[in-house]
Design a protein around this ligand. Sequence first.
Ligand code: OAD
Length: 253
Amino acid sequence: MKFNDHFLSKLKTAQKVVFFTGAGISAESGISTFRGKDGIWNKLKPEELASFDAFMRNPKLVWEWYQYRRKIAHDTKPNLGHEAIKQFEKLVDEVTVVTQNVDNLHNRAGSKNVLELHGNIERNYCTDCRTFFSPDEISKLENESGSESPRCSKCSGLIRPDVVWFGEFLPQDVFSEAERKASGCDICFVVGTSAIVYPAAYIPITARQSGAFIVEVNIESTEMTRIADESFFGKAGEVLPKIVEKAKEIRIN
Ligand code: OAD
């Protein structure tokens, strides 16, 4: 892989780094992306599975769809891309991962500062009283609910996954913190995302407007390519480890 001098000088001196990630970073772990060749939204309609209206219309169907996705996430593990991001923590003062993914793989890879813009499929809460339930409690409530989707042990409200659905707001505190980190970083890596879903896609734009160097890692060009200072076209699990190796070499010497 070829690195130009401008990129290398940024990589050598950067202290605060943001990784803005999307479904593509988990593709090599076997989790489908949303768009593109085998994207989920080519086959299924988001408004039938990923909206509050859909959930109220058919809670069981939506619950089962998220249970299915949760099982896929459990059965896989973080890949070399997630691990490379974790490795970066040893090289610079501050690494923040701002992810659109709900699969929990950055946390499982050990990344310390993970901001989840679209929630986390591992967490669930009651739509009425907002009580959160652990995975063990959910298994118990699922057994008790028989063929229905699980209900809250306190108020019998429907339990939903803590993910952001179409038409819903992002968690404001998480988004504000992500904007703050983006506006103070030296490099923002934009990894495995089509970068077309807003407001999440404002994060790399904020970074750029604040003077950060933008580096895209994707298997193909995207909306980000126009504004990126550098694009590496390849799989995240192959490109990111090479960038980490290079960073080790030039920052230690
Ligand atoms: P997309 O499915 O829109 O985009 C995935 C991107 O990953 C594409 O640009 C692919 O080219 C790229 N890609 C695929 N495999 C890759 C690999 N091995 N290495 C690097 N890049 C790869 O997914 P997101 O951008 O994450 O929202 O989608 C954004 C949001 O749209 C999601 O968070 C979700 C969805 O609707 C909500 O659930 C709210």
